[in-house]
Design a protein around this ligand. Sequence first.
Ligand code: WTA
Length: 653
Amino acid sequence: MSEHKNYKLETVAVPDEWMDRAYIDKALYERGYKQSVEDPDTFWGKEAKRLDWIKPYTRVKNTTFEYPDVSIKWFEDGTLNVSANCVDRHLGQRGDHTAIIWEPDDPNTPARHITYRELYENVCRFANVLKAEGVKKGDRVTIYLPMIPEAAYAMLACARIGAVHSIVFGGFSPDSLAGRIEDCKSGFVITADEGLRGGRKIPLKANTDTAIDKSGHVQKVLVVRHTGGNVPWTEGRDVWLDEAMAKVDAECPPEEMNAEDPLFILYTSGSTGKPKGVLHTTGGYLVFAAMTHQYVFDYHEGDIYWCTADVGWVTGHSYIVYGPLANGATTLMFEGVPNYPDASRFWQVVDKHKVNIFYTAPTAIRALMGAGDQYVTGASRKSLRLLGTVGEPINPEAWEWYYHVVGETRCPIVDTWWQTETGGILITPLPGATTLKPGSATLPFFGVQPALVDADGKTLEGEASGNLVILDAWPGMMRTVYGDHQRFVETYFSAYKGKYFTGDGCRRDADGYYWITGRVDDVINVSGHRMGTAEVESALVSHPKVSEAAVVGYPHDIKGQGIYCYVTLMSGEEGEDALKKELREWVRNEIGPIASPDHIQFAPGLPKTRSGKIMRRILRKIAEDEYGNLGDTSTLADPGVVSDLVENRQNRR
Ligand code: WTA
């Protein structure tokens, strides 16, 4: 895969059709951006009117990035309810419009169309079930569901009664689920009998039981009947959702929430330790999710919008559920995977539901590009008007393929850079305003002030490469790490005092365009999923035969990055292929299939400095098969280990 710097740079200027249709053209963007940074109170004070407030705010922005007194508050004296904004307020005008199209894993199972009125009834009943089972305002509710409409009902039902949801991706293991239940002391879990992906069943209820055995806390488990498969059952604790919903009232008044009351927690990997509970609040988050959804995707009334993410990730929170529903959109939820039954599935679904706006990850684009153009060109795709990507840098080749083959040069591509922590999109083209460059996330969204700093924290001007920081707050940003504000301050604001540090490296070109180059910390990005190398290491060393492990990323053609593990065994243990297989299984069981190692290399020793610190730079080079250029190895305690590592490297090209 070529690097940006080797690519023959091409730009796509905004044609008249895109501009005429779009909300934001270049002049509006420039004027709006200027106001958003010079006078944020006026700018955001006006923008936030897009929501229905119960009690209007008088104070817009009250934020400081000053270390160690970081504090973020937006619209702090206003009150509202997120579920009322995503559902109730649409009933008058578009009660009969489709809110959610559900496309099942199996194309022969009928799709479902849920209108706003049906969504309202389901959310109200679900909320009443939560109340009946003892959930109160402020309680944490863990959601461990597949991609079914009940996932959206569950989120909105929590929001309706002021409970804080914590969604755990259905691909995570019982151990990962247990850790997340324990961290936020969640007393309630919502799950399903089984999930279904690519024809394979996932035992969600059985996993939940295993997790609860480990974590305690949980009083009630609400179970969605989905596949109808047999499940273990604990009387008195487990409740079938369909039976409970039939018994409760179809109306549930929304709770009046302060703008700064918590809406959800979402765990994400960092460079050290266990995943952090990223906390988002009510008012600012929804303003930002709704606004970015409207302007970035240029969403207009009646558009059919499809984001292929899972609700277990932040993209699913902001751009399947909250942003689109706040805007009264029709949002498509897809249960399956891009290559089942075959690699034409995405485009079959696009044709079937006449999708206008399509948002996916570079890893999916690369995989489908590899499968061959015939899977794309066999479908009409005439409905498509705009394409988007998220989750990792998109290489220009994949961008060009997406643009030419999938979109037939008719559709702008919005390459959206953001993070779980940012709540919504921060750097992105706007389709009617921004000249596109393949591989660049382009320019900041309204109110977002990116900057580049060097390792010493010096701000770099003009064309430069450095670490990406953000200089001031935006409404959608995280407020804290759940239960550990100090960790929030240290993780994001201590490296460069007074600035939010993203953890990403970035280049800015002569036109001021941003090119994200990937993480600069010990986080790797595998198929658009964030993974802390420390988490994989701690899973490996928990195996009785492993004494030490070091994990690094390496470039992978489809996944973006692959997982490369160096493992030192306990003395007397043999490094055999069977043990590699066992360790791979072990990591899958500890974390989940997404953490499955691509390469395991048994290493008698790891390169360490005399003070005992592992020199990851060297391990990365070997994993990249770039061992010819290992740099300075003179500070190693035992330079001999390096030749053994090179000799036995697994990733030979
Ligand atoms: C990476 C996903 C390049 C980046 C929304 C970031 C990207 C991490 C892009 C956040 C993009 C996301 N171009 N890199 N368009 N979008 N990233 O928290 O490294 O799962 O820090 O949020 O993904 O991943 P997260």
